[in-house]
Ligand binder design. Structure first.
Ligand code: NAP
Length: 288
């Protein structure tokens, strides 16, 4: 195990502390003995212990929240980077270290900018790096929690209809992303790292549905629909056509070439990432 930093932060500001990943970051930091200050926009939540009210898009509130903290876990839950420069400036005026939940969509091309068309992650990474603050970027692939979009179909019919049942995706358990974040926040040796994070394997989407059905205790199956039908369904939910086509191209490509897996979770935490079976067992109630 990596030794603890001699200058380990005593208080970490956690952005999105009620969110999919931030919730686990806050829990695991607390369990490791690090004080957490959890940012929220919600007045009710802000009255709970450890929470402080603030908004990423209101730099003055962010500065007030960051005052007296040493490090920050940052989530940028928006479709654009608008407002990010102010947020990064407000944070880095107070904290000495930022661990940013970026995305595997960001690619490093030697000598060029990171590329992730249509996503703000690369721009936020650049802002943080340019600020001079010590930083670590987490670049996870798809979250296991993304399978919750099937919850209603599994609950009502035990059938998921979609395109690309044979597409293999390396879903990662959010707790494993949080475990890497905590190491990067409290230990030495992670400055400047860009960690590409995946689960231990890349089950096909149809297999993911089967795994969830098994955990639920009621067999569930995938039913393939043509790409064009899937496209119409996605457009009907309001997704822009370019995003829909990009997502379907991505799934189509993963049929012949399932997503590769990385060993980064194991390398950083000393523990193998959890398989989807473990995530499904712990979240089965959400599909019943
Ligand atoms: N899903 C995937 O497969 C995937 C894969 C790779 C990367 N990512 C990245 O992961 C990030 C999302 O992480 P997540 O799923 O953990 O987030 P999330 O569950 O959507 O949580 C977002 C949190 O952000 C807080 N929030 C929203 N607007 C805010 C604002 N204006 N100021 C302060 N806080 C605000 C909310 O807390 P309050 O309501 O308490 O304020 C909420 O709890 C995105 O950047 C996405 O690109 C996702």
């Amino acid at each position: 195990m990596t030794p603890k930093r001699t200058d380990a932060p005593s208080t970490v500001l956690v952005v999105g502390a009620a969110g999919t990943v931030g919730r686990h970051v806050a829990l695991q930091l607390t369990a490791s003995g690090t004080r957490v200050r959890a940012l929220t926009r919600q007045p009710d939540r802000a009255r709970q212990p450890r929470y402080v009210q603030g908004d990423l898009l209101d730099p003055a509130s962010l500065e007030a929240a960051a005052h007296g903290t040493d490090a920050a876990f940052l989530v940028w839950p928006f479709a654009t980077a608008e407002g990010a420069a102010g947020a990064v400036k407000a944070l880095t005026g107070h904290v000495g270290r930022v661990v940013y939940l970026s995305s595997a969509a960001v690619r490093d091309v030697p000598g060029q900018r990171s590329e992730s068309p249509g996503r703000p992650d690369a721009e936020i990474e650049e802002l943080i790096a340019a600020s001079g603050v010590r930083h670590t970027f987490l670049r996870p692939h798809g979250f296991a929690a993304n399978t919750l979009r099937w919850a209603e179909e599994i609950r009502t019919e035990a059938v998921v209809r979609g395109f690309g049942g044979a597409a293999g995706l390396n879903l990662i358990d959010e707790r494993d992303i949080a475990a890497v974040a905590v190491r990067a926040l409290v230990e030495d040796g992670h400055d400047g790292a860009r960690y590409v994070l995946t689960g231990p394997e890349s089950p096909a989407q149809a297999e993911q549905v089967r795994i969830i059905g098994e955990a639920v205790g009621r067999p569930a199956r995938w039913e393939e629909i043509p790409r064009e039908a899937a496209r119409h369904r996605m457009l009907d939910t309001g997704w822009p056509p370019a995003i829909v086509d990009g997502a379907l191209d991505f799934i189509h490509a993963r049929i012949a070439a399932p997503e590769p897996v990385t060993t980064t979770v194991q390398d950083v935490t000393g523990h193998p990432p959890r398989p989807l079976q473990a995530w499904a067992a712990d979240h089965a109630a959400l599909f019943r």
